[in-house]
Design a protein around this ligand. Structure first.
Ligand code: BGC
Length: 263
């Protein structure tokens, strides 16, 4: 008798690309989608060892993954991600636009290089990778799922992170627009908006005790989120169970976004 726990199979026979899956939220999503039956394209830009860790965790749990290096800010790389999915895994049903960067600087000090990097990875990358993904589905008359990992800051201000907020706000309107444009083709488009999740992107903030405590005081559920909190919702929205859901943002933030109160 097998000693393996029985796995849910909501994503059986599906293929998913997860950008930025060498660490943090992307890594947890890749592992979760694979545990539900999807074969996963693990994308990394500069940390092959993180991508290999994702792959080995997936494979040791009995799942399937390939690793592809791609800098999503380069259009040729986004096309290659989709091409590799089809060449090695023969289809591509689910796209998770997760890769993201943020830069902390007062508005007047933001450099062109930092602005370009944030907008190019977070927004341009998602835009053109989605285009490459959708072109193939449309040509084959197949449905699909696009999920953007945006942020509570697609809606909520974040002083000193103006380029990040511009990118995530753009991602929100991109999602809404594509949901309408691609709905007739059976392609759903939604955003997942994490709040304060403990990952490498906000390492410096989370290591600063006073800042961390101030942040925690704003979270009604009283803790940081985990990458698994985000991955669980992603698996549902990527599945057939979410077939009638498109054009919205789903927040995973412990109540942060709603927490205004006066002393
Ligand atoms: C950012 C984090 C921040 C969190 C809550 C996220 O989108 O990446 O740096 O702590 O939002 O403000």
């Amino acid at each position: 008798m097998s000693t393996q726990p029985s796995q849910p199979t909501r994503l059986k026979d599906k293929v998913a690309i997860v950008t930025g899956s060498s660490s943090g939220i992307g890594q947890a999503i890749a592992i979760r989608l694979a545990s539900e039956g999807a074969s996963v394209v693990v994308d990394f830009r500069s940390h092959p060892e993180g991508a290999e860790e994702t792959r080995s965790k997936i494979e040791s749990a009995g799942g399937k993954a390939i690793v592809v290096q791609a800098d999503v800010s380069k259009i040729a790389d986004t096309q290659n991600l989709v091409d590799q999915a089809y060449a090695q895994l023969h289809r591509c049903d689910i796209l998770i636009n997760n890769a993201g960067v943020e830069k902390n600087a007062p508005f007047c000090d933001v450099t062109e290089a930092d602005y370009d990097q944030v907008l190019d990875v977070n927004l341009k990358g998602a835009f053109f990778l989605t285009q490459a993904f959708v072109r193939k589905l449309k040509a084959a008359h197949l449905p699909g799922r696009v999920l953007n990992i945006s942020s509570v800051h697609e809606d909520m201000v974040f002083p000193n992170f103006s380029s990040y907020c511009a990118s995530k706000g753009g991602m929100r309107m991109l999602m809404r627009n594509l949901a309408v444009e691609l709905g007739p083709f059976g392609i759903t488009v939604n955003n997942i908006a994490p709040g304060a999740i403990s990952t490498p992107i906000n390492k410096s903030l989370l290591e600063d005790k006073p800042k961390l405590n101030a942040l925690l005081a704003n979270i009604p559920l009283g803790r940081l989120g985990t990458t698994d909190d985000v991955a669980a919702l992603t698996a549902f929205l990527a599945s057939d169970e979410a077939a009638y859901i498109t054009g919205s943002t789903y927040v995973v933030d412990g109540g942060l976004l709603r927490n205004y109160h006066e002393q």
